[in-house]
Design a protein around this ligand. Structure first.
Ligand SMILES: [Fe+2]
Length: 205
């Protein structure tokens, strides 16, 4: 029987391996987006609580080894191989490990399950939404799909974010792009305290 990895255990592993505040925030953002999608779909897939926690923890740990082993060409330890090996050694659920493999397209493990498609769908989008929120006085509040799409068309803005991956996200989920963006914005907005996404307006008060 695989053992559950609790959120506390996952957070402790993440903060042990990742010192960068922005990478920690990215992992948290992906975790919250995964959690929101799991809660939305719960009931049709698995027992709700178990499902939500599994999805959240998978999101939290998907990039946990990126700071230590960013060289994806390192076939032995390069991201995400080290976190996958660590989770295997902890007897984590195989679906968590497979999902982490499937978000790294160079590993040749195509996303198949709803959790895998969701991870791929929210990963780059979360990075982009956090970048958008950071340059707005209102932070994540009031960020609309329309303004997100406008920013996507500016190649110099958050240039590291892969636009094709962001746009393909909604296709992975089989939903409309605007609906996907609005859903993830709402998921991040609900956690704006933890993600520090209230913007400069509140910081200046
Ligand atoms: Fe990521």
């Amino acid at each position: 029987m695989p053992s559950r990895i609790s959120r506390d255990e996952a957070w402790s592993l993440l903060t042990d391996w990742v010192q960068s505040p922005s990478l920690r925030r990215h992992c948290l953002a992906v975790s919250y987006a995964m959690q929101a999608y799991a809660a939305r779909d719960a009931g049709s897939i698995a027992p709700p609580d178990e499902d939500v926690e599994l999805w959240a923890v998978t999101g939290l740990l998907h990039d946990a080894d990126y700071e230590r082993f960013p060289d994806m060409d390192d076939q032995e330890r390069g991201h995400p191989r080290t976190i996958m090996a660590e989770l295997e050694s902890r007897d984590a659920p195989p679906e968590m490990i497979r999902a982490i493999a499937s978000h790294a397209d160079f590993l040749g493990v195509p996303p198949e399950s709803p959790m895998e498609h969701t991870l791929v769908a929210v990963d780059e989008l979360c990075g982009f939404l956090v970048a958008c929120a950071q340059v707005r006085p209102e932070g994540i509040h009031g960020l609309t799909p329309k303004s997100v799409k406008k920013k996507l068309k500016q190649p110099s803005f958050a240039a590291a974010v892969n636009r094709d991956d962001v746009r393909a996200g909604a296709e992975h989920l089989g939903i409309d792009f605007d609906e996907h963006v609005a859903f993830v914005v709402a998921a991040l907005e609900a956690q704006a305290d933890a993600l520090d996404l209230h913007g400069h307006a509140s910081a200046a008060e």
